[in-house]
Design a protein around this ligand. Structure first.
Ligand SMILES: O=C(O)CCC(=O)C(=O)O
Ligand SMILES: [Fe+2]
Length: 374
């Protein structure tokens, strides 16, 4: 079968329906996307109501429009606000975006005497649960919109993980992955990229450098569209634009699923490219050496104000990620194990905060050759 490097749009609504043929077709389409591109769009937002997405994006926009000193009241490296130039990040140049994030929204209801959730019980618990979410007082309804969206992302992810398990005929059945995510440590992150400043003379900016995500699965929503988001599937000749399709959410696999599936599935490199309005005339002849080329002219990359809402899903931090547990679809005599088993928390986002403190490099930094960012 010829490999297609398009980012497909998949309607997953039939997965849980009565029609086994339609359900199997969903599973096949997802499997193909995960094997080839590691990215797919969800028709009809995967069933997430439009108003939830709209409200969460509007709340994020409203927050970013507040004066800086008001935003700084909820500043935090882990949960809360990070201003432009507020931190180091090897993937997203911090001079090009501001960020607000939260983690689990149900921590008021969990059993804090469970060592998993008890910050005094282990460095890992401290890392994930030592801080509460910080909610801004404005705009009105911010917290409600974010919490509803977070919960919708949790249930969409559970559904995707069930589709993934079936697509891989995982040994534990449909709940194989979901079982290791019952106490997940996922982050919801709003990223606002201010308009590019042409006076600084940049021809093309990488708003997000080429990287793979540390997650099992990531789900993105955009205020306007993917605006310069590109993917480079293994084996493809050039970067592909993520298509601008209305009423969708974008799903991509991260490194965790790649390791879990013993490389049967992709954690595909992606980046966000933009050039300041009006700079296109100078490209390609005006491209300074060393600046990545290959931004297709069709992409809406005008360097305008861009906002994305990204759900970085990560399994329980103590879950063992072992490809051999998945079964014969990923490890077999013909396909020997490539990775040792590891605990999820060793490779998740927050682990980088600890790495920073110890002066260790950011795992997400990719070298210019085609090596992976492990
Ligand atoms: O903002 C976006 O559209 C993509 C961001 C991204 O890929 C990331 O933060 O991992
Ligand atoms: Fe990413």
């Amino acid at each position: 079968m010829a490999v297609s490097f398009e980012v497909p749009t998949i309607d997953i609504s039939a997965f849980d329906g009565d029609d086994p043929v339609a359900s199997a077709a969903v599973v096949d389409a997802v499997r193909t996307a995960c094997e080839n591109v590691g990215f797919f769009l969800l028709a009809d937002r995967g069933g997430v109501p439009e108003d939830l997405v709209r409200d969460a994006l509007a709340a994020s926009r409203g927050f970013f429009e507040l004066p800086l000193d008001e935003k700084m009241r909820v500043a935090s490296l882990k949960k809360g606000y990070i201003p432009v130039d507020g931190c180091d990040n090897a993937v997203r140049p911090t001079s090009l975006h501001e960020k607000f994030s939260c983690s689990r929204v149900d921590l008021a209801t969990v059993d804090r005497s469970d060592p998993y959730y008890d910050p005094s019980a282990s460095p890992q618990a401290e890392l994930y649960f030592g801080e509460d979410n910080r909610w801004p007082g404005a705009p009105d309804g911010f917290r409600d919109a974010w919490e509803r969206y977070y919960v919708a992302m949790e249930s969409l992810t559970r559904r995707l993980l069930r589709i993934f398990a079936r697509a891989l005929r995982a040994k534990g059945g449909d709940d194989f992955f979901a079982d290791k995510c019952r106490r997940h440590v996922s982050n919801l992150v709003a990223l606002r990229y201010p308009p590019l400043d042409r006076s600084k003379g940049a021809a093309i900016e990488e708003r997000v450098r080429a990287h793979t995500d540390p997650t099992d699965v990531t789900i993105l929503a955009f205020e306007r569209g993917p605006e310069g988001l590109q993917v480079l599937p293994d084996g493809a000749d050039d970067w592909l634009d993520v298509p601008d399709a209305p009423a969708t959410l974008l799903v991509n696999l991260g490194d965790m699923l790649r390791f879990w599936t013993n490389d049967a599935w992709r954690s595909t490199r992606h980046r966000v490219m933009a050039r300041p309005r009006g700079a296109r005339a100078g490209v390609p002849s005006g491209v300074p050496s060393g600046v990545p080329s290959g931004v297709p002219s069709g992409v809406d990359d005008d360097g305008g104000d861009r906002l994305s809402l990204v759900f970085f899903h990560a399994p329980d931090y103590d879950a063992m990620i072992d490809c051999e547990d998945v079964g014969g679809a990923v490890v077999s005599a013909e396909r020997p194990r490539r990775y040792p088993a590891f605990r999820s928390g060793e490779r998740s986002h927050f682990a980088q905060l600890v790495r920073n403190e110890r002066g260790l490099p950011d795992r997400q930094t990719l070298r210019e050759d085609n090596s992976r960012g492990d």
